[in-house]
Design a protein around this ligand. Structure first.
Ligand code: 5RP
Length: 232
């Protein structure tokens, strides 16, 4: 039996999707990669949301059977609405994954986590053999950190410790990310806070150095993962 609550059924992307047409082309392209029996990691953000819809269309048209591993409640809800069965990293290893990005440079180094799902996105990407990164042209940058800060997910108890340690890495600015639709800071799906951190220059070892600070759950730096870029 299915729920018939309108709140759920009519639920759409939360705001207007920027560069929608280009994102839709990338979404259609990744949907072509689906094979019957695949277990796929599903990233978060509006591009991934569009890709899930494109994949659902293929599943329906061709009677395919797949399992999705969502990286956020938002994506898990979309899968539920679209009748795409979900599983978890605990039960399955993804054959492959797809995700969006906030910034990507010429060496495929990325900043992710505008949507706050960086922790789950990273463990899914690190678990998958390969991840398709779906990006519209606005995501390409000459210098990583040019437009977006690096999100750092932090256990609330360690907020001062992490801020102090990040300053030693040479940060330009550190901001506590505040919520929209809730007073005070954003609380991630794992119950943590997010610091948005600007750097003048991002070196390859920053992902490891940030992660090594006690209290840091994860950073939105994605450097050295096995990714294939799909852009339009
Ligand atoms: C969410 C993310 C998204 O992949 C990233 O923000 C890109 O989003 P969009 O596809 O909406 O442009 O990292 O945490």
């Amino acid at each position: 039996m299915n729920w018939s609550n309108p709140l759920f059924i009519n639920s759409n992307w939360t705001s207007e999707i920027s560069n929608r047409e280009q994102k839709e082309v990338a979404a259609e392209q990744v949907a072509k990669e689906i094979k019957n029996g695949d277990v796929i990691g599903v990233g978060s953000g509006s591009t991934s949301f569009l890709a899930i819809h494109a994949i659902a269309n293929r599943i329906e048209a061709e009677g395919l059977s797949i399992l999705a591993i969502p990286t956020s409640h938002e994506v898990a809800m979309a899968c539920a609405r679209l009748n795409i069965p979900t599983t978890s990293l605990m039960a399955h290893k993804p054959n492959w994954a797809f995700d969006g990005a906030d910034e990507i440079d010429a060496n495929r180094r990325m900043i992710k986590g505008r949507g706050g799902a960086l922790f789950a996105e990273k463990i899914v990407m690190a678990s998958a053999n390969k991840t398709f990164i779906l990006v519209d042209p606005s995501k390409f940058v000459d210098r990583l950190g040019e437009k977006f800060p690096v999100p750092v997910e932090v256990d609330p108890r360690a907020i001062h410790l992490v801020e102090t340690s990040l300053k030693r890495l040479g940060t330009e600015e550190i901001k506590l990310r505040n919520a929209i639709g809730k007073d005070g800071p954003i609380i991630t799906e794992a119950g943590n806070l997010i610091l948005d951190v600007r750097f003048n220059q991002i070196f390859d070892d920053f992902e490891r150095k940030i992660k090594s600070i006690p209290g840091v759950i994860e950073s939105g730096l994605f450097i050295g993962y096995n990714v294939e870029v799909i852009s339009v």
